[in-house]
Design a protein around this ligand. Structure first.
Ligand SMILES: C[S@@+](CC[C@H](N)C(=O)[O-])C[C@H]1O[C@@H](n2cnc3c(N)ncnc32)[C@H](O)[C@@H]1O
Length: 297
């Protein structure tokens, strides 16, 4: 099987659509100011959240800056976003500076694609945003120092919508071997906690403390669990690929770890992949969403 990160991000869209906490999203909808918005999305990948918000009708007049450090993601976004917009009845005009203008009778969105490490982007002191979005991103970073920097991107009275923050539970059913399953889950979480670039397998629950320590007021919070299962033996959309990629993450994180015997891991992965092929595998990951108003420290 060929593993492509952009394909994984595409396959993740339908899983995230179901997972995003609607209570938190409704607070976001109700709290956004009228008038043109400046939105910065950090760790934005290929632009799935922008497309989701266009579909969900959240964006009227807006400038939407999409920051990601992977050139492949930005290159994919540069082709995918205008293609999607054209197919969905939006007028698309390229604008100077790696920008695209997407318009219809209700929307006028200027999209800017920034290929940059977000902390370098922050050092360039960009004009602050009405809304900061970090989706499936904060649990990869050293905390709370990264959060302090990211929240500096929000203007006074602005908002931050911080979604899909992993929070300590990743369950695969049916059980293969209770002892091995538990050991693999535990080691997988530990690999998130010990990544040299940062990360926290309990990022969701820890955000309450980190946000309070930075004087950011939580407006709404709730679970945004991924729940992936087959219906009549078939996974929705491209979710079989999504599950295969999740197993690829397990393989990458656990290979070479002395506590898990390589043959036991290989056998476990073979059995889990076969469960996907048969439409049996159920995957649940607990995550949390937040809407916050940074008040400054
Ligand atoms: C799990 S992916 C999520 C992508 C996107 N938010 C989504 O859910 O489709 C995390 C993304 O963060 C990006 N990333 C990681 N560290 C970054 C950094 N320091 N600056 C900018 N982007 C970063 C990666 O390239 C990757 O695209």
């Amino acid at each position: 099987m060929e593993y492509s990160f952009s394909h994984y991000l595409l396959s993740k869209q339908s899983v995230d659509d179901r997972a995003l906490n609607q209570h938190v999203y409704q607070h976001l909808q109700a709290s956004l100011p009228q008038g043109p918005l400046r939105i910065i999305e950090v760790g934005a990948g290929i632009g799935s959240m922008l497309i989701r918000l266009l579909k969900w009708g959240l964006l009227g007049q807006a400038e939407y800056i999409l920051v990601d450090e992977m050139p492949e993601n930005i290159a994919y976004a540069a082709g995918w976003i205008p293609g999607w917009a054209g197919e969905n009845g939006l007028q698309v005009k390229p604008s100077p500076g790696n920008c695209l203008r997407l318009t219809n009778s209700k929307m006028d969105v200027l999209v800017r694609l920034e290929c940059a490490d977000v902390f370098d982007f922050i050092r360039r002191a960009p004009q602050p945003a009405d809304l900061l979005i970090a989706h499936a991103f904060l649990d990869l970073l050293p905390m709370p120092e990264s959060l302090r920097e990211l929240l500096s991107l929000v203007k006074t009275d602005g908002l931050a919508w911080l979604t899909i923050n992993f929070d300590g539970v990743s369950t695969l059913e049916p059980v293969i071997d209770p002892v091995l399953d538990a050991a693999i889950e535990q080691r997988y979480h530990r690999s998130m906690d010990t990544r040299p670039s940062g990360g926290d397998s309990q990022a969701g629950r820890h955000l309450f403390g980190h946000l309070s320590g930075l004087n950011a007021k939580i407006q709404a919070a709730g679970a945004s669990d991924w729940v992936v299962h087959a219906i009549d033996g078939k996974y929705l959309a491209d979710e079989a690929y999504f599950l295969q990629f999740i197993l690829h993450f397990y393989e990458q994180s656990l290979s070479g770890q002395p506590e898990i015997e390589p043959r036991a891991l290989a056998d476990w992965l073979t059995k889990r992949r076969a469960q996907i092929t048969r439409g049996e595998l159920v995957y649940i990951a607990h995550q949390m969403d937040f809407l916050v108003k940074p008040l400054g420290v």
